[in-house]
Design a protein around this ligand. Structure first.
Ligand SMILES: [Zn+2]
Length: 362
């Protein structure tokens, strides 16, 4: 490196001008990639999102690098302004190596995402599980006030929770703490992407809600959803799903009986998940985010009703469930991308020692 004093004046000026020390947080979801660029004073200076094409892990590095470049462009910046990148991935991740060993909903297996992106972008890249990153982001930013025991429950293409206990993120020895989407809520129920049957994800994830609505409309059940999607037919394996979860919650809000039934089934099982988290860990708050939760009140109402029913059934449990604060993440609060920014910043503050070794793999 050339000492600053030895640089020509113009080079020194350019170097001083160029560096804005932006940290980019990339949240990889089952249906889209969302990114923000944040400056050192916590201002979001760029936002970008695009649909994700799943099932092509060999393109993961290219796709994510493109989003990083795009969000820098959006911020009026370029790669010289980039200080670090954090990436949240829905799956099993080793943050020490940046390797994604398994992300079922993305169709990724053994992707060395951190090294690939570092080679592409030339800055440190930290990869963490998306939901655990989001929970850490809420904690570090003080977004929930002085709350030290909470869960961030993400309901989207998959379902998972990031749990903070006594003011510390719980990862677990295998980095899998909070995989609540795979508790069985309907024994012998539908086959899940994990290989099990009747998991919470088969009832309350975005694709599950969409699939249930599509199948029942196609079977001829009366619903306003049929008018919205006259082309609805049972989804072929891997084919498009014509009715979305957002359609279902929209129709439920309008009072459509079929949509309400499906929303209530999802909500009652999500209430079980909330109760499970609260009863196990004595949490003060559960914040629900993710693509499906973006429906807002029509999404939250059946969860509240489900919790009311649990309180009524179990006076002893109602003490704990009654005190918990259940809320939907504020629109535009970006817990996922902010979580990715947070893990990148924490790694900058305490860099991983040289000679990283791969652990917890496979
Ligand atoms: Zn499962």
């Amino acid at each position: 490196m050339i000492p600053l004093a030895a640089m020509p004046t113009e080079a020194r000026a350019a170097s001083a001008r160029a560096r804005r020390e932006l940290v980019v947080g990339v949240d990889v979801g089952g249906s889209k990639i969302a990114a923000i660029a944040v400056d050192p004073s916590d201002r979001v200076v760029g936002r970008e999102w695009r649909p994700i094409v799943t099932g092509r892990p060999e393109r993961a590095g290219d796709d994510l690098a493109e989003v990083v470049t795009a969000v820098l462009h959006e911020a009026g910046a370029d790669d010289r302004d980039l200080a670090a990148v954090g990436v949240g991935v829905p799956g099993r991740v080793d943050p020490r190596t940046g390797a994604v060993s398994l992300a079922v909903n993305l169709g990724w297996q053994d992707v060395r995402l951190g090294s690939i992106l570092e080679a592409r972008l030339g800055v440190p890249v930290v990869v963490e599980n998306d939901v655990r990153a989001a929970a850490l982001g809420l904690l570090r930013r003080g977004a929930l006030g002085p709350v030290r025991d909470f869960a961030y429950l993400a309901v989207g293409t998959g379902i998972s929770a990031g749990v903070v206990v006594d003011g510390a993120l719980r990862r677990g020895p295998r980095g899998l703490a909070g995989e609540i989407g795979h508790i069985v809520v309907e024994p012998g129920g539908e086959r899940c992407s994990c290989g099990g049957c009747g998991c919470l994800e088969t009832v309350a994830s975005g694709p599950a809600i969409a699939r249930r609505a599509t199948e029942r409309v196609a079977a001829g059940e009366p619903s306003s959803l049929a008018a919205a999607r006259p082309d609805a037919e049972p989804p072929r394996r891997g084919g498009p799903i014509p009715i979305t979860a957002a359609d279902v919650y929209g129709a439920a809000a309008e009072g459509d009986p079929l949509a309400r039934e499906i929303a209530e089934a999802a909500g009652s099982r999500l209430a079980w998940a909330v109760a499970l988290l609260v009863l196990t860990l004595d949490l003060e708050r559960v914040v629900i985010g993710g693509g499906v939760a973006a429906a807002g009140e029509p999404f939250l109402d059946p969860i509240r009703s489900g919790l009311d029913a649990l309180r009524a059934d179990a006076p002893q449990a109602s003490e704990l469930i009654g005190r918990v604060d259940v809320m939907v993440a504020a629109d535009g609060s970006d817990p996922g991308p902010w979580g990715a920014v947070t893990v990148a910043r924490e790694a900058r503050a305490a860099p991983v020692p040289a000679g990283r070794e791969e652990v917890g793999h496979g």
